[in-house]
Design a protein around this ligand. Structure first.
Ligand code: KG4
Ligand code: ZN
Length: 350
C-alpha cells in the first residue's frame, strides 16, 4: 500500500503529515496558532477556521515536498472530520476531498479521538506496534476517558469525566493563577517551584468503583483557597497552589487508571498495555505516576513522544493507513461532525 497524507485542523493546530504503510513517518509539520488565540485567553473558533484556511495549502505543499512525493504517489488522503470545531473540520476535510477527487484517491474521514487512540500502534513505541486489545487513557482539553481499544473502529468506553476534562481543569486553574494560556504547560512549569503538600485539596472519585473522573470540585476548592489567601498571591504562593493541585490530579488519575486496568483485565484477560494520549499526557508528573500505577497492576505504560501526544497529523495519517489497509474508505459526501463519540464508530472488519 502507498503512503497516506493526513490533515489535522480540528482545533488550533494546522498540521499535515505523510506516513507509509509500515507506520514510518515520511514527513510531518505542525503549525500552532497559539499567537493568534493568546490575546483572547482561549481558542476563538472563527479565527481558528480562517487561520487553517490561510495556512493549510502551504502546509500540505511543504509536507509533500519534504516527503519527496507527488499526490499520485499516495494511497489515500485522511483528514480529521470530527469531533472538533466545525469551521476547522470543514476546511481540513474539504481540502482533503479536493485532493482526493483531483487525483482519484480514496478519502478517509478520521475521528480525532481514534487517531489519538491508534498512535500507540505506530512502530517504535511498542515492538511491532501495540497489539489489540489495550487500555487507552485519553486526557485532552476536551476529553478524559478510559477506553478499551479492541480493533479499528472498536472502542468500548469504560468510564470518563462526569464534568470537566483533565486539560480543562488545568486550563481553568491556570487562569485563576493568572498564568499564560495555554494553562497546562505553564502550570506544570510553575508547579516545579512549589510544595505539593502545602494545600490539602480534595481527590474527587478516588477509591470509588469504576473509572469515572471528576474535576469540578477540585477546581472549586482551588478557587476557594485562593480567595482565602487574598488577591495578591506571591510567586511562591502560586507555585504552592499549582503543585498541590497537580499532585491532586496525579493522585486521582493514578487511582482511576488502577480501577480501569482492573476492569480491563476482567473483560479482556490478556490485556497488559496502558496507553496514555492527549495533551495532558505531556505532563511529566502524570506520565511518571501512570507508569508506576501500570507496573503495580502488571501493565506497561505506553506514552507516545510528547509531540505525538498533543494534536498532530501523524496520528491522522496513521489512522488513515489502519483503515485503508482493512479496505475502508469514506464517501465524499461525509459531513464533518463537531460531536462524534468514539463508541459510536462502526467496527472495521479485520
Ligand atoms: O490533546 P490536546 O493537544 O488538544 C485537544 O484538546 O484535543 O490537549 C490540550 C490540553 C490543554 O487543556 C492543555 O492545557 C493540556 O492539554 N496540556 C497539559 C500539558 N500540556 C498540554 N496539561 C498539563 N500538563 C501539561 N504539560
Ligand atoms: Zn486531541
Amino acid at each position: 500500500m502507498k503512503p497516506v497524507l493526513g490533515i489535522e485542523t480540528s482545533c488550533d493546530e494546522t498540521a499535515a503529515a505523510v506516513v507509509d504503510a509500515n507506520g514510518h513517518i515520511l514527513s510531518e509539520a505542525v503549525l500552532s496558532q497559539l499567537a493568534e488565540h493568546a490575546p483572547y485567553g482561549g481558542v476563538v473558533p472563527e479565527i481558528a477556521a480562517r487561520t487553517h484556511l490561510r495556512y493549510l495549502p502551504e502546509q500540505v505543499r511543504h509536507t509533500m515536498a519534504k516527503a519527496g512525493l507527488g499526490f499520485a504517489d499516495l494511497g489515500g488522503v485522511a483528514a480529521t472530520s470530527g469531533p472538533g470545531l466545525i469551521g476547522g473540520l470543514i476546511v481540513g476535510s474539504q481540502f482533503a476531498k479536493g485532493i482526493a477527487i483531483a487525483n482519484g484517491l480514496p478519502f478517509i474521514a478520521v475521528n480525532h479521538l481514534e487517531a489519538h487512540a491508534l498512535t500507540a500502534r505506530l512502530p517504535g513505541l511498542v515492538e511491532g506496534g501495540a497489539p489489540f486489545p489495550y487500555l487507552l487513557f485519553l486526557l485532552s482539553g476536551g476529553h478524559s476517558q478510559c477506553i478499551a481499544v479492541t480493533g479499528v473502529g472498536r472502542h468500548v468506553r469504560l468510564g470518563g469525566t462526569v464534568d470537566d476534562a483533565a486539560g480543562e481543569a488545568f486550563d481553568k486553574v491556570a487562569k485563576l493563577l493568572k498564568l499564560d494560556w495555554p494553562g497546562g504547560p505553564a502550570l506544570e512549569t510553575i508547579a516545579t517551584e512549589g510544595d505539593p503538600a502545602s494545600h490539602k485539596f480534595p481527590r474527587p472519585m478516588i477509591r470509588r468503583p469504576g473509572c469515572d473522573l471528576s474535576f469540578s470540585g477540585l477546581k472549586t476548592a482551588v478557587a476557594q483557597t485562593m480567595m482565602r489567601i487574598g488577591p495578591d498571591l506571591t510567586r511562591t504562593q502560586r507555585a504552592d497552589v499549582a503543585a498541590s493541585f497537580q499532585r491532586a490530579v496525579v493522585d486521582v488519575l493514578s487511582d482511576r487508571a488502577v480501577h480501569a486496568m482492573d476492569m480491563m483485565r476482567d473483560q479482556y484477560p490478556g490485556a497488559n498495555l496502558l496507553v496514555v494520549a492527549g495533551g495532558v499526557a505531556s505532563n511529566t508528573s502524570i506520565r511518571t505516576a501512570l507508569a508506576t500505577a501500570a507496573a503495580s497492576r502488571g501493565f506497561r505504560l505506553v506514552a507516545p513522544p510528547i509531540r505525538l501526544c498533543s494534536d498532530n497529523a501523524v496520528m491522522v495519517a496513521w489512522a488513515g493507513v489502519e483503515r485503508l489497509r482493512l479496505g475502508h474508505s469514506d464517501s465524499l459526501d461525509f459531513k464533518a461532525r463537531p460531536r462524534w463519540p468514539l463508541d459510536t464508530l462502526e467496527a472495521v472488519p479485520s
